[in-house]
Design a binder for this molecule. Structure first.
Ligand code: FPP
Length: 245
């Protein structure tokens, strides 16, 4: 499926920034008689597919929620497996991202990840640093509250060293300290698996985003499902608090 074929008449109203809460790996595994970790393995394949699709259709930024600040509460075995999976993903995908022109931008408190994972994350950032046109925000140890707290802290340090005054602080100032600095606003947030929650993902950025909830479990969310979400988005009327013409 290419951008030309699929969105022939709708390219104008394509979202620039899409975020996905990839939920339902565990339930999918259970449903198919497998351990939870098998669901995560399938989930990684879908994350690859979603990235490829977003790049093909011409989305500029894709934000994927891979690991939240709350996910450390999972059984240690599962957390360790997820970190291993992430390392395998980075080892395989970094050269692909370099080749395809994908900029890898991890979002979250990266310094709290295991050292070996951190190293690979930073290598991927460095390797794809010159890429432009498409950015993959991979949320790792990410929390929306934590992101806003970190942004406030950074602003406070700027005030402390005299580079900023409290009077100068506007919404756009704070935006400049978020992980999504300089990126297009979030247009569409997708959540799979039927849960109707934001779960602390991109709390600031979600303000005017369109929300798309689907019962499909993440390991079943293929490019056709992604395409359906885009079509649904294109039917929405976005007013940003204003009125219709
Ligand atoms: C939700 O399923 C998924 C996660 C907690 C994150 C894991 C995501 C992946 C493995 C896919 C992408 C990963 C990378 C490295 C790109 P769940 O376990 O909460 O499912 P459940 O709600 O059915 O239990």
């Amino acid at each position: 499926m290419s951008r030309r074929i699929l969105l022939k008449t709708e390219v104008e109203s394509l979202p620039r920034h899409v975020a996905i809460i990839m939920d339902g790996n565990g339930r999918w595994a259970k449903l198919h008689g497998h351990p939870r970790i098998y669901g995560h393995q399938k989930g990684v394949e879908r994350a690859r597919e979603a990235t490829e699709f977003a790049l093909e259709v011409g989305i500029e930024v894709l934000s994927l929620y891979a690991f939240s600040t709350e996910n450390w509460a999972r059984p240690q075995e599962e957390v360790e497996f997820l970190m291993k999976l992430l390392e395998e993903y980075l080892a395989a995908e970094t050269p692909v991202m370099v080749e395809k022109g994908i900029r890898f931008n991890p979002i979250g408190r990266i310094s709290q990840l295991p050292p070996s994972t951190q190293r690979m994350v930073l290598e991927a950032v460095k390797a794809t640093d010159n890429n432009q046109g498409f950015t993959l925000n991979l949320a790792l140890n990410y929390g929306g509250h934590a992101e806003i707290v970190d942004a406030c802290k950074k602003m406070c340090y700027e005030v402390q060293r005299g580079a900023l005054t409290p009077q100068e602080i506007e919404e756009v100032t704070l935006e400049g300290y978020l992980y999504t600095k300089g990126q297009p606003p979030l247009d569409l947030l997708i959540r799979t698996s039927g849960e109707l929650r934001i779960s602390n993902f991109l709390l600031w950025q979600v303000a005017y985003a369109e929300l798309y909830f689907t019962p499909v479990l993440w390991p079943d969310f293929d490019r056709v499902e992604f395409y359906k979400a885009l079509l649904d988005y294109q039917k929405r009327e976005r007013r940003f608090g204003g009125v219709r013409d």
